[in-house]
Design a protein around this ligand. Structure first.
Ligand code: 13P
Ligand code: SF4
Length: 347
């Protein structure tokens, strides 16, 4: 780190003191600074890698070393040779990276970048729920806290969820947590009867059936594509259902030229880049709000990214027992995914 002048040292000490309350280092950033150049310089100097989820702002995606879905991001976090992983995503994703690479420093630009779905399944409530089904195994969507992963047998993401469920013997009963919408979709897709935890994602349950129907009528040639975190009555209308990577790949290989996309609109940046001649319309939410944007993902900004790389804070830390017990469920998921030929190949 560069030597700091006295005023800056005082400011930094104040920002660090307030880190837990604010979630990020609340320091002034010179508006004239070329943040892209500075972030690239910090990456080189610190041997840091930036992993960004598709729901991040486009400028963050453009400065990242890897952009992907939850499965691709965990695979990258497990593989990287960097000393520092900077996670441009939400808290559970950075925790997953820490569990997979405990020796590395993992930074998250804003600790308050949480997830309504992960929050909908607190471990102290899930534990007694699980005890009611002693012969069930627990499959948890990776969108859950690190502690929830210690109560989980196998994690899954929306890319590998079907393969994970199908890898479990048919006579083995399953609890699926925390997303009831993804769970209902998996029951339909695999024919398995699972016990579901009652959690949802605030972004994917906000789409308006009525407004999508009207939009489809105005764009009769558009295909309607949706993420499986959406509610069942929205998924019923879909021409294609998939994870963020699945949706992106579909728009590249499919012959249509217009798509109505029911997931967080951050993904449209990569869709548009991959298919500049096609049109992508975000599916409308229930009110005229921007509530299909994930407020947690959008807490990350270029300024916060620059500050967290400069001062190497906020850092994700986890108790050893959480890492040891939680990583097993992630490693089982990665092994099944590799066997099923899903996600990234090793570098
Ligand atoms: P995927 O990118 O794995 O499809 O997950 C979507 C999501 O909601 C992440 O928070
Ligand atoms: Fe969580 Fe939903 Fe935001 Fe993804 S989009 S981080 S599931 S709240």
């Amino acid at each position: 780190m560069q030597p700091l002048d006295c005023a800056m040292t005082t400011e930094l000490a104040r920002a660090i003191q307030n880190l837990e309350r604010n979630g990020f280092l609340d320091l002034e950033v010179d508006p004239e600074l070329d943040l892209v150049a500075e972030i690239n310089r910090l990456k080189r100097e610190k041997n840091a890698v930036i992993l960004a989820h598709y729901y991040q702002d486009s400028e963050i995606q453009d400065v990242a070393d890897f952009i992907g879905d939850s499965l691709g991001l965990s695979q990258k976090a497990a593989q990287t040779n960097a000393d520092i992983i900077v996670f441009a995503g939400v808290h559970f994703m950075a925790e997953t990276a820490k569990m997979l690479s405990p020796q590395k420093k993992v930074l998250l630009p804003d600790l308050k970048a949480g997830c309504s779905l992960a929050d909908s399944c607190p471990p102290h409530l899930f534990r007694p729920f699980k005890e009611k089904y002693p012969d069930h195994i627990v499959v948890s969507y990776i969108n859950c806290s690190a502690e929830m992963k210690t109560l989980t047998d196998i994690c899954c993401t929306s890319t590998n969820a079907v393969a994970i469920i199908e890898s479990i013997p048919k006579d083995q009963p399953i609890i699926f947590a925390p997303d009831k919408n993804l769970g209902a979709y998996l029951i339909k897709k695999t024919g398995r009867d699972m016990v579901l935890w009652n959690g949802t994602c605030m972004v994917h349950e906000i789409f308006s059936h009525e407004r999508i129907v009207k939009l489809k009528a105005r764009h009769p040639n558009a295909k309607f594509i949706a993420h499986p975190e959406c509610e069942p009555h929205i998924l019923e209308m879909a021409d294609f259902i998939g994870s963020t990577t699945g949706l992106l790949k579909f728009t590249i290989s499919d012959s249509a030229t217009e798509y109505i996309v029911a997931t967080e609109p951050g993904i449209l940046h990569q869709m548009q880049k991959a298919s500049p001649h096609k049109t992508f319309i975000p599916a409308p939410p229930q009110n005229n709000c921007a509530c299909n944007e994930c407020p947690h993902m959008k807490r990350n900004t270029m300024e916060k990214l620059y500050l967290c790389m400069t001062y190497e804070q906020p850092e994700i830390t986890l108790p050893d027992w959480v890492i040891e017990q939680g990583v097993r469920s992630i490693n089982r998921m990665l092994a099944i995914s590799e066997k099923a030929g899903l996600g990234l190949k090793k570098d």
